[in-house]
Design a protein around this ligand. Structure first.
Ligand code: SF4
Ligand code: SF4
Ligand code: SF4
Length: 261
């Protein structure tokens, strides 16, 4: 059953323990300076935004039909049946199409590293696959970030809107946006005030992408072959280097090195 996260901003106290839990799970640094940063980055996969006394989380929405995965020519990004959209760094060729395609501007790139990766929240795939909740949900002291089966979370969100309509904007963000997302949001202030797009149709963006790409088959074919070749060359280079180093250089290949909790 597909899992999800329900973030209810009306329950959030802005403690940022979700940020800290995320950093720990992903082996990322976290200190007062990073806590004060009000944006997602390659070293901060989730951020708690503050506007006056209101809060809002940003993280990968782990879309039901993710456009990042649909444009990735080497299937480095994949939607799993459990809900998370995972990233396999060993397949990534660094084309960064995913960054252009994401309607929520989520994927970030390690521009300052010699072997840069795309970085984003993967909804704690390893934890979820082991039957655990996400690290951010586990860290949240108020239940503002809740993990569960997506269908149950949708019911819970509808229930909250029905019982306390005065507390909320009458909208579950992520229920339909971009074809629906595994991350669902409730808020007392309009989502656009925290930078969320309100112009997204309920149609999955990969469908729209396909309709455009289907009109330029030659470009797709040629581009796919070229990128596939580039991917092969990159891997071949690493294989050769590994052989020369007796497979002892940890910087070669095996770049799917998210720290595990
Ligand atoms: S929010 Fe962006 S990066 Fe995350 S799954 Fe959706 S398209 Fe991909
Ligand atoms: S689901 Fe995991 S990776 Fe995503 S923001 Fe929460 S802790 Fe970070
Ligand atoms: S841990 Fe929970 S209450 Fe604290 S900032 Fe994150 S979502 Fe809000």
């Amino acid at each position: 059953m597909s899992k999800g996260i329900l973030y209810d901003a009306t329950l959030c106290i802005g403690c940022k323990l979700c940020e800290k839990g995320c950093a720990e799970r992903n082996g990322l640094p976290y200190d007062d300076t990073i806590a004060a940063e009000q944006k997602q980055s390659e070293h901060k996969f989730t951020v708690v935004l503050t506007r006056n006394d209101k809060f809002m989380r940003r993280l990968c929405m782990n879309c039901q039909d993710p456009s990042c995965a649909s444009v990735c020519p080497v299937a480095a990004l994949r939607k799993t049946a459990l809900g998370p959209v995972t990233y396999d760094a060993s397949r990534c060729i660094g084309c960064r199409y995913c960054m252009l395609a994401c309607p929520f501007s989520v994927p970030k790139y390690e521009w300052n590293k010699p072997l840069p990766l795309v970085r984003k929240c993967d909804m704690c795939f390893d934890r979820v696959a082991s039957g655990l909740q996400t690290a951010c949900a586990e860290a949240c002291p108020t239940g503002a970030t809740m993990f569960g089966v997506r269908e149950d979370l949708v019911s819970e969100a509808k229930d909250r809107l029905a019982k306390n309509p005065e507390n909320y904007v009458n909208h579950i963000f992520g229920l339909n946006e971009a074809g629906g997302t595994s991350v669902l949001l409730l808020s007392s202030v309009p989502f656009e005030e925290f930078g969320y797009r309100t112009d997204l149709s309920g149609e999955a963006l990969p469908l729209l992408t396909y309709r455009v790409l289907s009109h330029i088959p030659d470009l797709v074919t040629i581009g796919g072959v070229a990128l596939g070749g580039l991917w092969w060359l990159t891997n071949r280079k690493n294989e050769v280097a590994r052989a020369e180093h007796g497979d002892s250089d940890p910087t070669l290949g095996g770049r799917n090195d998210y720290a595990k909790s």
